[in-house]
Design a protein around this ligand. Structure first.
Ligand SMILES: *Cc1c(COP(=O)(O)O)cnc(C)c1O
Length: 437
């Protein structure tokens, strides 16, 4: 069973948690007990393919809700792309999570989540309309993951002027069950429109869901790549470029399940509210969040912080008020928190290229910079996006235009289907009513 981190909603099973997303008390669902892998299971990982490791992990949470053979099939079709581990030198490795269909690590979570939700809806003979606001990567991963599903339709809202052509085309060239809407406004406006729709009684008949990173189904698949890295390299440390801490939580869950991990480096950009909390024990969110080169990590109040604090025995609500302090000593034992400036991010892109002839992008660079600061650790650094998704910074720093991965090359050629709306709730609502029954 799962409880809400605000402790005011009733406990639910994993299927209910996945279909609901957020608990009624605005808390995040957390398993009451994190399942453990047996020693035999841990030892067996080294002989398994990525999708088999995914099955070994996910079945611990989904047993009794999805048949084994169905879940194995879900894992196999979700993870049909490579997950390379590149060795830089004796102590630094890059785990490339950028080879999925939208060239960003959000594919890992979105693809498994989409298939699991689709299975549950088929079981219940039900349908869903997913509304999601995006500043770039999440929307394209979600749209691609749900593309072609019969019971699920997706509406993605994005700020017209604030995303790149490459990001936009990964959402607008799909068509079918995916509707892309550009809004004359900012990301926050898109998010506000979506939030208003969720609580609008006139739209209840649409069975709206969010598929954003608060959903426990986005977190569970992110446990897998830590187990995978362990299976190939043995016990290591991880450096994680972090925003909403979904990725970090995957790592902490992996450790809790029994995967041997030494330390996690929590690498953030100048949105460093967690670093302050780590150092002082006092939490103050950053609002509005600061702009930076690693823009998918411009988060002034990480949504998954509620889960992190809960894992260490504390309570924090959605506004960032701490009702009970977590075990800070244990947090400081398991993690190192590092903040990285834009200048340092660029310096890292330059230095990694110079030393190793490897091209990285700003998010991965934040993680690698933090890793290079911790010289005594053997580290796996997560590279969360393909450099071609952030070509401007890469070009500026190393004067190379990163090669387009196939998925971007294809998307750039295709016709776009999109609708533009004013930043106005009534227009958005009428659009939904007119287009979805
Ligand atoms: C979302 C994202 C991150 C941050 O991940 P969180 O799970 O939110 O901490 C890092 N890099 C890229 C490219 C992303 O899209």
């Amino acid at each position: 069973m799962l409880y809400s981190t605000n402790l005011k909603a009733k406990e639910v099973n994993i299927k209910e948690a996945i279909l609901k997303g957020l608990a009624e008390d605005k808390g995040l669902y957390m398993p009451k007990e994190i399942p453990k892998l047996t020693n035999e299971e841990i030892a067996s990982l080294k002989d398994k393919a990525y999708y088999e490791i995914a099955f070994t992990i996910l079945i611990k949470y989904l047993k009794g809700f999805i048949p084994d053979d169905k879940l194995l099939e879900i894992c196999k079709s979700s993870y049909n792309f490579p997950v390379p581990i590149e060795r830089l030198d004796d102590r630094l490795y890059i785990l490339r999570l950028d080879q999925g269909p939208t060239a960003a690590f959000k594919d890992f979570a979105a693809r498994a989540m989409a298939r699991i939700m689709d299975y549950f809806l088929e079981q219940d003979n039900n349908e869903l309309l997913i509304l999601t606001a995006t500043s770039g990567d999440t929307g394209s991963a979600v749209a691609n993951a749900f593309f072609g599903m019969e019971r699920i339709k997706v509406v993605v809202l994005f700020p017209k002027e604030e995303i790149t052509e490459r990001q936009r085309k990964l959402m607008t060239t799909l068509g079918g069950n995916i509707t892309a809407i550009s809004i004359d406004g900012k990301f926050d406006d898109c998010q506000a429109l979506v939030k208003e729709a969720f609580v609008d009684p006139d739209l209840k008949y649409l069975n709206l869901s969010s598929a954003n990173s608060i959903n426990i189904a986005r977190l569970l698949p992110q446990i897998v790549y830590y187990a995978y890295a362990y299976s190939r390299l043995g016990k290591v440390n991880f450096s994680i470029p972090s925003g909403n801490f979904g990725d970090l939580m995957g790592g902490l869950f992996a450790k809790e399940m029994g995967i041997p991990v030494n330390k996690f480096i929590v690498a953030v950009n100048e949105n460093d509210e967690f670093v302050d909390f780590y150092n002082t024990g006092e939490y103050k969110n950053i609002s509005p969040s600061k702009n930076s080169l690693s823009n998918a990590m411009n988060v002034g109040h990480p949504s998954n912080l509620a889960r992190l604090i809960a894992l260490y025995g504390g309570i924090i609500d959605e506004k960032g008020i701490i009702a009970k302090m977590p075990d800070m000593q244990k947090i400081r034992h398991d993690m190192v928190a590092v903040s990285v400036t834009d200048e340092q991010t660029k310096e890292e892109i330059r230095s990694i290229y110079k030393k190793f002839h490897v091209i990285i992008e700003p998010h991965g660079a934040v993680g690698l910079y933090a890793a290079e600061k911790n010289k005594d650790l053997r580290l796996v650094c997560l590279e969360t996006a393909d450099p071609a998704k952030f070509p401007d910074t890469v070009k500026e720093v190393i004067k190379i235009d990163p090669a387009l991965p196939e998925c971007l090359r294809q998307a750039l050629k295709k016709e776009e289907y999109l609708k533009n709306l004013d930043n106005n709730y009534q227009d958005f609502k009428q659009f939904l009513i007119g287009n979805f029954k």
